[in-house]
Design a binder for this molecule. Structure first.
Ligand code: ADP
Ligand code: MG
Length: 246
């Protein structure tokens, strides 16, 4: 699916501090945008806001907008605080998928490589939604199952295991999918992070401080095959970084 992400007049503040204001941008199909900013300038906050707007599960188009900052406060998944926002973020078509991938590999206690890849590719969340929808349907509730199944398929849930096997072999990860991520070496964890990117089938990818490897893997369709033959995917991407490549 081709997707367009539109940001209009977006401002974000933590308490009295304004991180950015009146931000407008359009990320079109297969486009890649790079944004460079100093540490602490609000890059991660911006990407998390875009990801949050893209994952709103509502019947209306995925739009977060309004005029009152307090009424539009997103709760960031870090749980460290609340950012107040104004402006509009919209994703079209409204069922396009958007994924946020921090470079720093967030290894959770007890999580296997399989679970890690399912989480970072959005397949785990989609599967949860699918199971919830199935239970709701069985109780005679609203039919959300077809949409949930569609999303799981779109995110590549059906063959994630097989694809993961190939990507992990290609990257030389050297462990199986049942390995716990917290037992991986730094190098293996970095490769697991790269594997999650290569396996992602989001329409729009938000890459936070990607390494050079990630940038080559995440660059748009035209030259993707040169580096990773296992990734036949084509996405729009926005990358943020605090350094400028020479
Ligand atoms: N949970 C929070 N509560 C209050 N302030 C925060 C919180 N998270 C980030 N900030 C502030 O927002 C600024 C931008 O953070 P961040 O988006 O992580 O920047 P970057 O990714 O550009 O380094 C930080 O310098 C910090 O002052
Ligand atoms: Mg950051």
């Amino acid at each position: 699916m081709t997707a367009t992400l539109r940001v209009s007049g977006l401002s974000a503040t933590y308490g009295a501090r304004t991180l950015f204001s009146e931000l407008d941008l359009v990320l079109g199909p297969a486009e890649v945008i790079g944004l460079i900013g100093a540490n602490g300038s609000g890059k991660t906050t911006l990407l998390r806001l875009l990801a949050a707007a893209g994952s709103q599960h509502c019947d209306d188009p995925r739009t977060a907008s309004g005029t009152s900052a307090s009424a539009n406060a997103y709760e960031l998944s870090t749980g460290e605080g609340r950012v107040a926002t104004e402006g509009t973020v919209s994703l079209s078509p409204s069922d396009a998928t958007i994924g946020y991938l921090p470079q720093e590999t967030d290894r959770l206690p007890g999580e296997t490589v399989r679970d890690f890849l399912a989480r970072r590719t959005g397949v785990a969340e989609a599967e949860l939604q699918m199971n919830t929808a199935a239970a709701e349907l069985a109780r005679g509730g609203k039919d959300r199952y077809s949409a949930a199944l569609e999303r799981w398929l779109t995110l590549g849930g059906a063959d994630l295991d097989e694809r993961a096997q190939k990507v992990m072999a290609e990257l030389g990860l050297g462990v199986g999918q049942d390995a716990l991520t917290q037992t991986l070496s730094g190098g293996q964890a970095a490769r697991a992070g790269l594997a999650s990117l290569l396996l992602s089938r989001y329409d729009v990818l938000l890459l936070d401080e990607p390494t050079n490897d990630w940038i080559s893997a995440g660059s748009n369709c035209s030259n993707a095959s040169s580096r990773t033959p296992v990734r036949p995917w084509c996405w729009s991407a926005m990358t943020v970084s605090s350094w400028r490549a020479r």
